[in-house]
Write a protein that binds this ligand. Structure first.
Ligand SMILES: [Fe+2]
Length: 316
């Protein structure tokens, strides 16, 4: 899995470390976090646009020293309804990373740097943001269990198609502008209970798809350098860059609470596959708690079944 798991003993000290930082990169409003975190999107201000590590030249150097598998790219104009998961493979036009970096603007390129926190120069910066996030959400969601970061570099008018991720996010704009459309995952028309269970399932995980009928329900945020937006857990989104080169950092993370929700949804999906119609996750803490325990108990036989199925496929 991409990203970094946060050991329990480290998680326990993160918030304190974040509160003790002499220089902060993100300005969280405690009242806004308390009122809106994981309920609805909200804007934050930050200072990454003034940090030398996020200049284009520093980021291109990072691209050249990271393993090729950590730097994904697309070129040309892609439709905003393109399938998100296959878009890198379908729209790279056989160009190498060096080709893309050397002619970045001419090729209308889009680069995603996976996990810059694995680079020794970027790790302390991103661990600092991790502790700032932990301090900001400590009252409402105290245990961060995993995080993963991505830097997006795109030329004008590029689109990240409609999709949803399996975690929370702070998307921080460093250069240029972005329009971020977010949708409420609690809206059954946008994501049905079965859609959410399938997205978070242990196997056969699949994202719910876009419909033009959702357009009027979009919550739209305009990002510029120094401004970011919070994506609540599994909130669908679509991102469009403005008419200039854009750089942004996605700081994605999971917590003990979102892990429990994930397990409950995963167990619901299992029940649906067996023909049951389970109660929605989020309606009963007791039922959700039982599903979390059952999901963990089911993981072992499922992984054994998956191994046996794969071995059988290889043998035939
Ligand atoms: Fe995303």
């Amino acid at each position: 899995m991409l990203g970094e798991f946060v050991p329990r003993d480290v998680a326990a000290t993160l918030a304190e470390r974040g509160r003790g930082l002499s220089q902060r990169l993100v300005d969280f409003s405690p009242d806004t976090v308390k009122a809106s975190y994981n309920r609805r999107p909200f804007l934050v201000s930050h200072h990454l646009d003034q940090h030398p590590a996020f200049r284009l030249s520093s980021l291109f150097s990072l691209c050249r020293r990271l393993p090729p598998s950590e730097v994904k790219y697309r070129v040309g104009v892609i439709p905003d309804t393109a399938d998100f998961d296959s878009s890198y493979a379908r729209f790279s036009k056989g160009l190498s990373l060096d080709d893309v970096l050397d002619r970045f603007e001419q090729s209308k390129a889009y680069i995603c740097i996976y996990n810059p926190e694995r680079d020794p120069a970027y790790r302390p910066i991103l661990e600092g943001i991790l502790s700032e996030v932990a301090a900001a959400i400590n009252e409402c969601d105290p245990v961060i269990t995993w995080y993963s970061t991505y830097v997006f570099i795109s030329t004008q008018d590029s689109v990240t198609p409609y999709h949803m991720d399996r975690e929370m996010n702070f998307l921080l704009q460093v250069r240029g502008t972005k329009r971020v459309a977010l949708w409420d995952p609690a809206d059954d028309e946008v994501m049905s209970p079965a859609d959410k269970d399938r997205l978070l399932s242990m196997f056969g995980s699949k994202r719910a798809t876009y419909s033009p009928a959702f357009e009027s329900k979009a919550m739209t945020y305009e990002l510029r350098p120094g401004i970011g937006v919070h994506h609540p857990f599994i909130a669908p989104h679509r991102v469009t860059t403005g008419p200039e080169l854009s750089v942004s950092l996605a700081f994605t993370f999971r917590t003990q609470k979102s892990d429990k929700l994930t397990s409950a949804h995963a167990f619901n999906h299992l029940l649906r596959r067996c023909g049951w119609l389970p109660a929605e996750v989020g309606h009963s803490p007791l039922a959700d708690g039982i599903k979390v325990v059952a999901s963990k108990a089911a993981q072992m036989p499922i992984s054994l079944l998956q191994k046996a199925w794969r071995a059988r496929r290889m043998a035939t």
